[in-house]
Write a protein that binds this ligand. Structure first.
Ligand code: NA7
Length: 295
């Protein structure tokens, strides 16, 4: 059970942040939220959260601040604020507080945030998550953590409200590195499934039978369980949006480039994700990569 006397700031109430903050409220924490589109905070405010006027105010109200927003530019705006306004979250964080970012961003940015936090005597963890919106609702997320082990230990009870597992993976940036590597595998797996399903369909066979055979083989996986039947049916309600997977593939390719590692399969898959993203008129799950073949 987490200590309900902790004051928590929570920035970013999207598909992931909304259920995560609701779980913190359910556990009895005092939660102050901020979201760019204030109307999307109404469910969380109705559940007992206070609504801050700026990211800075949400940070100032917190012993522990969480952020989970789309991408590096969004986080940059939230942390450093708008020019001349001094409304960024970093300016609000008090000495001794803990800041946890669960967005998926670059490891380089995670280290830049860590340096900015050190200057303010704030302890920072990069803590991206896996588990999708279902995991966020059920409090079943898995956190991949970079930063000081001691800082992680101090917030474990709070993580336990939103997640079932966390891994300490190294210094700041390590959580993001593992997350990007993992998402590279997921993106390739789904892309490979889409290719195979397209062949089976064109051959006049039943797509679901490929899934059934695979689930009886060494290739069986949870991903196949979740995504393949929806891909066969053409149902792509976002659980992990394709636009975010596309962003992560870009971040992974940048990281590999910095490290001097060639990722030819990832580069090819990103082209397919780019195509589907470019054609989409609605928000889609990343399994909609299937649309490249089912046009
Ligand atoms: P969503 O559902 O797209 O939510 C994104 C959140 O980020 C949402 O709160 C947005 O606010 C916020 N956002 C986006 N751009 C900005 C800018 N420029 N400034 C401030 N806030 C912004 O994403 P998920 O919840 O699925 O995923 C979040 C992260 O976890 C992401 O990094 C994934 O890769 C993993 P809005 O409501 O649109 O005003």
């Amino acid at each position: 059970m987490s200590n309900p006397s902790w004051k928590i700031g929570f920035i970013g109430l999207g598909l992931m942040g909304r259920p995560m903050s609701l779980n913190l409220l359910k556990a009895g924490h005092s939660v102050t939220v901020w979201n760019r589109t204030a109307s999307r905070a109404s469910e969380v405010v109705a559940a007992g959260a206070k609504l801050a006027k700026t990211p800075r105010a949400a940070a100032a109200a917190a012993d522990i601040l969480f952020t989970i927003v789309s991408d590096p530019p969004a986080l940059e705006e939230i942390l450093w604020g708008h020019e001349g306004k001094d409304d960024g979250a970093l300016a609000g964080l008090g000495p001794g507080s803990v800041y946890v970012d669960s967005s998926t961003i670059s490891p380089v940015m995670a280290r830049r945030i860590s340096a900015a936090c050190s200057e303010r005597n704030v302890r920072f963890l990069d803590a991206p998550v896996t588990g999708g919106d279902w995991g966020a609702r059920e409090g079943n997320l898995v956190f991949m953590i970079g930063g000081e082990a001691e800082t992680l230990r101090s917030i474990e009870p709070v993580l336990g409200v939103m997640g079932k597992k966390w891994f300490h993976l190294g210094p700041n940036g390590a959580g993001q590195t593992i997350k990007l590597a993992m998402n590279g595998i997921l993106a390739l797996q789904v892309d490979a499934m889409a290719e195979a399903l397209a062949v089976v369909k064109k051959a006049g066979l039943v797509e679901e039978q490929l899934i059934e055979v695979m689930q009886s083989s060494m290739a069986r996986s949870g991903l196949l369980d979740l995504k393949a039947p929806l891909m066969a049916k053409g149902e792509y309600k976002p659980s992990f949006p394709l636009r975010l997977m596309h962003k992560d593939l870009g971040l992974l390719l940048d990281l590999a480039n910095q490290l001097g590692v060639a990722l030819p399969a990832t580069a090819a898959a990103r082209e397919v994700y780019s195509y589907v993203k470019g054609e989409a008129t609605e928000d889609l799950d990343y399994s909609a990569v299937m649309r490249f073949w089912k046009r």
